[in-house]
Write a protein that binds this ligand. Structure first.
Ligand SMILES: [Zn+2]
Length: 113
């Protein structure tokens, strides 16, 4: 389950930010996750619960913001939204899509004390 190591990365970001900004506790973490990031949201929530114990995020709530997959279609020239990496273009059915967004995994915002 690679969500566990992803969560460790997130926690690292939280601790670095806490050090820079001088807060000690986190109440809410907003995490942006793209549809094409290859992340299982349920596994992510579970991992966060495991990882946060005994850290500055011990009582923090995780809010996941799901971003759509975005691609540019070569044959029809449209920017389209896709669910998965190898989806066809919803406009023309072509598979010649260039992914332009939806691979994000980042901390968007924190509510801290
Ligand atoms: Zn197309």
């Amino acid at each position: 389950m690679h969500e566990l190591s992803l969560c460790e990365g997130v926690l690292q970001v939280l601790e670095d930010t806490a050090r820079k900004q001088g807060f000690e506790r986190i109440n809410i973490v907003w995490l942006e996750i793209g549809a094409l990031a290859g992340v299982e949201l349920e596994a992510m929530r579970f991992s966060f619960e495991v990882i946060k114990k005994g850290t500055l995020a011990d009582s923090a709530r995780l809010e996941i913001i799901r971003l759509p997959g975005k691609a540019w279609c070569l044959p029809c020239g449209n920017n389209v939204e896709i669910e998965q990496r190898f989806d066809a273009c919803p406009r023309c059915g072509s598979y010649q899509l260039q992914v332009t967004g939806g691979e994000e995994l980042r901390v968007k915002e924190l509510e801290v004390e």
